[in-house]
Design a binder for this molecule. Sequence first.
Ligand code: TXA
Ligand code: MG
Length: 324
Amino acid sequence: MARHIDILEHPQTAIEVATATLAEGLPIGLPTETVYGLAADATNPAAITRIYETKGRPRFNPLICHMSDLAMAERYAVFDPISRKLAEAFWPGPLTLVLPLRSDSGIHPLATAGLDTVGIRVPQGFAGELIRAFGRPLAAPSANTSGKISATSADHVDDDLGERITLILDAGASVVGVESTIVKVEDGEIRLLRPGGLAASEIERVAGKALKRSKKASAAIEAPGMMASHYAPGAAVRLDATDVLANEVLIRFGAPDIAGSEKAVAVLDLSTAGDLSEAAANLFDFMKRADATGAATIAFSHIPDEGLGEAINDRLRRAAAPRE
Ligand code: TXA
Ligand code: MG
């Protein structure tokens, strides 16, 4: 069983035990503002191998490398002016930049799946402090079995991976609730590789230009974790529901009028006020709760595609995708 340490009650113990565990090459459950990560030393091949094994993740899918700040990131990757501007505006925060890797970076090729680029993010709060104390970047995918719903609490991590890891740091519920937004600057254009916890419109405001949302196949190769079935609960998922069918949980956004709500197995409200940030923060926990009812299907009412709605709908489409 994994040991839990509450980082608010015992911050110093958390730093000491976590740095010692990471130095042994073991992955830990790490709270970030987006989702909980399964974090390990990005320079240690044995440690990275343990991340892939613990998650059952395909090794061609590169990991995001987390840094304490922009100065640290610049030691590992080469920044173009637009990427630097975005880093200065949004780090620490839910933005991942894909950048050319420095040849002498020390980040192990297993972390980048052999690519000549690296996805870098500077997380808010405790995770950044831990990386500063550890002194090396942490590779960290979301702390869940590959293809399943991401973890937004220490209990989610424990339920899924508790038998396979030794340490989970607990900071309560992740405030953002969906993974970071991933962009890559190429020839002065900003490509959105994954919508996430930073709204695309925020990036466009700072960059002063529109993001390229590429639907072309290369996006599948560059962000392979983003394709096909992912974020999958045990139940089937039905989107844009306007009614409730037999044996369904209903998850609502806003206060929609949904026919047959009274016969739903359960009704959960992502945000009665129609606040997309609140909905994002609740999303994965509600999917797990809906799944735990044993209902055959989880029906979602319509969620607008603006702001964080783009990331929410991206996750829901993957959750609803045909499974292998
Ligand atoms: O919020 C987050 O980003 C969370 C927390 C823990 O920080 N992490 C996370 O990592 O979502 P992960 O491994 O589940 O997602 C990484 C995504 C994958 O889709 C991967 O393909 C893409 O980032 N990625 C990583 N490095 C890349 C690179 N060099 N080029 C293109 N895509 C990359
Ligand atoms: Mg993930």
